[in-house]
Design a protein around this ligand. Sequence first.
Ligand SMILES: [Zn+2]
Length: 471
Amino acid sequence: MARSIVERQDVAPRSPRASVVTTAVSAAICLLVFFQCGLNGEVRADALSKLKPAKLAAIQESLQALRAARRELPLRGPGGEYCANLHVHSAWSHDSRGTIDEIVAAARRAGTQVLMFNEHPADHYDYLQQGHRGIRDGVLLIPGAETQGFLLFPTLSTARMTFAAPQDLADFVRSRGGQAFVSHLEERMDWKVRGVTGVEIYNTHADFKDEQGLVAALKNPFKIFQLSEAFRAFPQEAYSALLDYPRDYLRKWDALCQQAPHTGVSANDAHQNIGLIVRWTGPDRARLEDALGQPLLELDLANLPGAEKLLEGRKVGDTLFELILDRYEFALRHVATHLRMSELTEAAVREALDQGRAFVAFDWMVDARGFDFAAEADGRRWEMGSQPRLPTASDPPANRHAGLSLSAVAPLSTHWKLFRDGQIEEESDGDTLRYRVTQPGVYRCEAWLDVAGQPTIWILSNPIYVRAADP
Ligand SMILES: [Zn+2]
């Protein structure tokens, strides 16, 4: 079901009283940690310039104006459009505690319809046999693994099999009708693998890793508390502040597409495992835990100014404070792989991914549904991932006159970049792009938005592979 962006972005309003209490609680916890850790109070926030409330407010305001200008587009071409999140981890993975109920609920709030899990395999379970599968609350679940450098969506379990090399594993999965994507490209830029379905062209965790200031801050409980107000007031803007244009990923992808079609997908790499929890453990004791419940520090409540306020109405065992920075809802809304397919089934998802009928969009800014990129000639249409041939003199006269053109449309006026073989071929502004094709090549387009004065990547199409006319 199509839902408006207003619903997708909804964040429960806070009452002024709740705000005062949470601020008081986090201030109290800050003081507590300050005293217990013996920190000297010298905290620099300048490395985290994107997470300043004034900046986040400006981004929010800018996005609200863009969303107001968005219009619904009729879907072009055959089939429907479904938003998928790939590379999702649940409690099956050692580094996540996410239950299927909370992940599905988050997907519904984020407006995506397909959850593709890539669990870390382990001996105690079979990620394919026991993994999440089928429709749940209208969301399609597909099990898979993150292993040996791939996102895998096999059709047969590989749990008890060993493979000499990653290539053999990918070949096995592909030969049985499964999909294999190269994951975390930043760790394997020199990889040479053949015959994969495609590659991650964006990975949230990779994008996060290069945020040096933020990464350093998150190792320090004191600084996490400092960030709490920004994450409370602007949860999506704060989460998505990590977004950078994935230049290196795209360069690698463009090179791979010169050899063979590679479907580009986005990887949410969602774990919900960054944050802090304070739990009341005894009359005078509390415990600081990480987002996975691992103890970090024992706290003495006697040293906490205003402890009574914090404990009011609570009992031993209760959570006194919780701040999770990468909640599933915000991680899933950040980016999605939009699939063009006619029904919400696992077979249709696999087929769309195999064919490259997909695009990647940072829907947290503006809902990208309705975007389209296709080749056209003489009333015929070729979808993303297809391989049209340039017309020749031997074609029927109608084709020769029509030629081949590329067209793209977005639900909002945008800045277009059209790429041919990895190089910018043309840039333009508007809600549509049109281009007459005269040379063969791998064509893909990008749509950019101006967000609070910053050009920001919004949509990445999959390529159309235009082949030379037959000799
Ligand atoms: Zn992962």
